[in-house]
Design a protein. Structure first.
Length: 319
């Protein structure tokens, strides 16, 4: 649905379920990481007005909650930063390459690249255990590769081949291999490993292929989001920037098993994140975070906090 068809509803902070109970100081720390990059009416000068000792007061004084809807139901998913074993050289144990962005960004499919179209060009950053690990690293868009000598490579998104993204989980549901509601990332990974030949065909149905770049980041920080700054576990949200401005605080009410009620910051994007009520929650790093992220597929509501001048202008124009 075009942006012009959006419906905007102004709300008060009392309309946000659980607002008073959240850790607003934690949200403010995440917000400060990118607030200087936010663009639009009302954002200039916000960073100068931040007082950490009154985080809740800052958000309530400078922002207005606005519910933005486009006719599609809310959907929250989770993503994480994988940490996997790998090697700087190929071997029988580590045969699957991770590639840097090629010059000219050739219009190659996943199948063509996996069949060796980029081999021998010096684009390999590292090799991992199998195509399944490489595939999931690409789906997440960033990760850590632990080398045999103990070093850890931090990899970030560098670009992709331009082909459309297709959800392997959805494809497996359509094939009857997995049941809707049970197609978690862990279930998909397990099926691909148990069915290597068919799994290869299914993965190649997602023609989109992601390239990486090496990052110099302290180990305690998360991966880089779309704003070029590290994202924060359970405080950073990937959104559709066609509906939600990057850098904006977002109140989420996710109605899954965890019933998340918290203030997050729109600091990332994703190929599958489309729509005004679509959010992807950054959960953290490593296997446990991956399991948690894979279980998130929740309805609910997300409410954007816009600076007062911007909120007033948009609501007036929509009335």
């Amino acid at each position: 649905m075009p942006v012009a068809a959006r419906r905007l509803t102004g709300l008060g902070f009392g309309d946000l379920d659980g607002w008073a109970e959240d850790d607003h100081a934690a949200a403010l720390r995440a917000f400060r990481a990118t607030c200087d990059l936010a663009e639009g009416d009302g954002w200039t000068g916000l960073a100068r007005d931040i007082r950490p000792e009154s985080a809740r007061g800052f958000f309530e004084a400078r922002f207005r909650p606005v519910l933005i809807e486009d006719g599609s139901p809310a959907l929250f998913t989770g993503y994480y930063e994988p940490e996997i074993e790998g090697s700087p050289v190929p071997s029988d144990r580590y045969p699957a390459p991770l590639y840097r962005l090629p010059p000219g960004l050739p219009w190659l499919t996943r199948a063509e690249i996996e069949d060796g179209a980029l081999a021998g060009r010096g684009l390999e950053i590292a090799w991992v255990e199998d195509a399944v690990e490489a595939f999931f690293l690409q789906v997440q868009g960033s990760g850590r590769v632990r080398l045999p000598d103990g070093r850890v490579l931090r990899l970030g998104y560098a670009g992709k081949n331009g082909h459309p993204y297709a959800s392997v989980g959805r494809l497996l549901i359509e094939r009857g291999a997995l049941v809707a509601g049970e197609a978690t990332a862990d279930a998909v990974r397990g099926w691909l490993r148990r069915n290597p030949e068919e799994g290869r065909t299914v993965m190649r149905a997602n023609a989109s292929f992601v390239f990486f770049r090496e990052l110099e980041l302290p180990s305690e920080l998360g991966p880089l989001g779309a704003m070029g700054r590290p994202v924060t576990p359970l405080r950073s949200l990937a959104v559709d920037p066609g509906h939600v401005p990057l850098g904006a605080p977002i109140w989420i009410e996710a109605n899954g098993a965890e019933r998340l009620r918290r203030l997050m910051i729109a600091q990332d994007v994703g190929g599958a994140i489309k729509g005004a009520q679509r959010g992807d929650i950054f959960v953290g790093t490593g296997a446990a975070a991956g399991l948690r992220a894979g279980r998130i597929r929740d309805g609910g509501r997300m409410v954007v906090l816009l600076p007062l001048p911007q909120a007033q202008a948009l609501l007036a124009a929509a009335s």
